[in-house]
Design a protein. Structure first.
Length: 270
């Protein structure tokens, strides 16, 4: 296999949730592999420094396009804009999602009193949003007979969060990682298998990439607890995610579909 197998020259890729923390990682990998990228995110979504730097470097090879993944009409408009400004997409990265970052500790609930709206919102964005984007963008790929879809999962789609990672955080109640996040990611991995089997005969491969913890501003105690649980002895760097994405998005994985690739330093091996 040559290095050319990992190239995406002249291909059009769509990345949802492109302006946030991991979105620029996926977009940069795709741009550097030769693709032009439709960077989808909410109108007014804050732009990370990494996204801004990539946007300046990529120039017209990356276009920001407004899209709300929870609204089908918004997705359809975004796809129309991708096609008119860039071309027909052959790669889709379903990255848009919401998590529950550690908070200031002043307004928490016990698991018995967790607001159902918080649970519902995570499922709406992380699972239903990915489903609708797959319907619209992936459906067009299936109609054309070619495409690669990569759904961004999480190690918490396979294992439960270790709440001891957070028990040093002050607050009126212990910080609890919401069950909604892992549940939505586990469902996304299952949906990956569904579309892989449904569209395999139509030339569309569908896989999941599930990262472990990525280094980025976590407090020292959390990092120490987390790293002690990782066989490779460290958290992921953004660069660790790029090769796995390109493998799944390119012809290097031409005979891979319905697979979950865990990029977690061995966290889920224990």
């Amino acid at each position: 296999m040559s290095d050319r197998s990992f190239r995406l020259d002249n291909q059009i890729a769509v990345v949802t949730g492109a302006c946030g923390r991991l979105g620029p990682v996926w977009a940069e990998a795709l741009v550097d592999a030769g693709a032009r990228v439709g960077a989808l995110d909410l109108a007014g979504a804050p732009v990370s420094a990494n996204y801004q730097a990539l946007s300046e470097r990529a120039g017209d090879r990356m276009r920001r396009i407004e899209c709300d993944v929870t609204e089908r009409r918004s997705i359809e408009r975004a796809l129309d804009e991708v096609i008119s400004r860039l071309g027909e997409p052959s790669v889709l990265v379903n990255n848009a999602g919401i998590d529950q970052p550690p908070d200031a500790g002043s307004d928490r609930a016990s698991i018995e009193n967790l607001a159902i709206d918080q649970f519902r919102r995570m499922v709406e964005v992380n699972l239903l949003g990915a489903f609708q984007v797959t319907q619209v963008v992936g459906g067009r790929m299936a109609a054309r007979g070619n495409g690669a879809i990569v759904n961004i999962g999480s190690l918490y789609g396979s294992v439960s969060p270790d709440q001891r990672f957070y028990d040093h955080m002050p607050g009126n109640l212990p910080f609890l990682k919401s069950p909604a996040y892992g549940a939505s990611k586990a469902a996304l991995v299952n949906m990956t298998r569904y579309f892989a089997t449904l569209w395999g005969s139509r030339g569309v491969r569908v896989n999941a990439l599930s990262p472990g913890g990525v280094l980025g501003g976590q407090d020292e105690q959390f990092r120490a607890k987390y790293v002690a649980r990782v066989p490779l002895g460290r958290m992921a760097q953004p660069a660790d995610l790029k090769g796995p994405l390109l493998f799944l998005a390119s012809s290097a994985s031409a005979y891979v579909t319905g697979h979950e690739l865990r990029v977690d330093g061995g966290f889920t091996a224990w």
